[in-house]
Design a protein around this ligand. Structure first.
Ligand code: NAD
Length: 261
């Protein structure tokens, strides 16, 4: 438990399922008041809010597309109206799209960049402007991916968006360090969430993924959420511009295992 998080306020984008849901629920356990952003599934988001409330926490579900500036503005305003402040902003919403690069349409490319990268920019900007206006300590957490480091053929837009997220995190961390605004990233490896449901439903595909992981298992959303709680808290007070890999060792060049190479 991180006592300093008690009664603080967080916005989690894409918080109705998967990693975002786990982060929202974990931060609520820490005593934070949570704004759960969802894109299209109100029922899913309400289930998360109801669960948090059933455990004595406070949460609200807010519809919004992270690639739309007005929707992002509304997320911030809801946090302020409902809970009176903002302490932490988690840019989690993300999508991926597969196609060999020569077959990627401009609109498919733009969709991934709009959500994964422009959404992260818009969310961070809303939070930073607010932190500066209030002259307060601020904290932003970006959910990136091992693909901010590992190239991923067929998922070029996704890998580019996460590579951009890495440089955004580092650049903005440097820019606002003097204002006590920290910005860090979490890079999950293969995590058991709806984004992977189809792939992992096929045992052979799932095993192909496990073969890339030194710890030889798929990660759990709550293992990513644990890193988010630490980054949100003052326990990480001297950490900014960092990426915490939560990947079972996926980024450790597993093809070199057992002395190969
Ligand atoms: P998910 O598909 O379960 O969740 C993604 C969430 O983002 C959904 O709730 C979706 O509604 C929301 N979203 C999509 N477009 C949106 C938009 N325009 N506005 C607002 N919300 C939107 O997937 P997940 O695995 O939980 O992914 C969460 C984050 O973790 C993503 O950024 C993803 O790239 C990253 N990630 C996931 C894995 C993994 O293995 N699951 C690995 C690395 C990184």
């Amino acid at each position: 438990m991180y006592q300093d998080l008690n009664k603080q306020v967080v916005v989690v984008t894409g918080g109705s399922r998967g990693i975002g849901r786990a982060i929202g629920e974990r931060l609520a356990q820490e005593g934070m008041k949570v704004v759960i952003n969802y894109h299209s599934n109100r029922e899913e988001a309400q289930t998360v809010v109801d669960k948090i409330k059933a455990h004595g926490g406070q949460a609200v579900a807010v519809q919004g597309d992270v690639s739309q500036e007005s929707d992002v503005h509304n997320l911030l305003q809801t946090a302020l109206q409902e809970f009176g402040r903002l302490d932490v902003w988690v840019n989690n919403a993300g999508v991926e799209s597969y196609a060999p690069t020569e077959k990627v349409s401009l609109s498919d490319w733009q969709k991934v960049i709009d959500i994964n990268l422009n959404g992260l920019f818009l969310g961070s900007m809303a939070a930073i402007r607010h932190f500066l206006q209030q002259d307060q300590v601020g904290n932003i957490i970006n959910v990136s991916s091992v693909h901010e480091q590992i190239p991923w053929p067929g998922f070029t837009s996704y890998a580019v968006s996460k590579g951009g997220s890495k440089m955004f995190t580092q650049t903005v961390a440097m820019e606002y360090a003097k204002h006590n605004i920290r910005i860090n990233a979490i890079a999950p490896g293969a995590i058991d969430t709806p984004i992977n449901a189809e792939k992992f439903a096929d045992e052979a595909n799932k095993q192909d993924t496990i073969d890339l992981i030194p710890m030889a298992r798929i990660g759990k959303p709550k293992e990513v959420a644990a890193a988010a709680a630490w980054l949100a808290s003052q326990e990480s007070s001297y950490v900014t511009g960092a990426t915490i890999f939560v990947d079972g060792g996926m980024t450790l060049y597993p093809s070199f295992a057992e002395g190969k190479g």
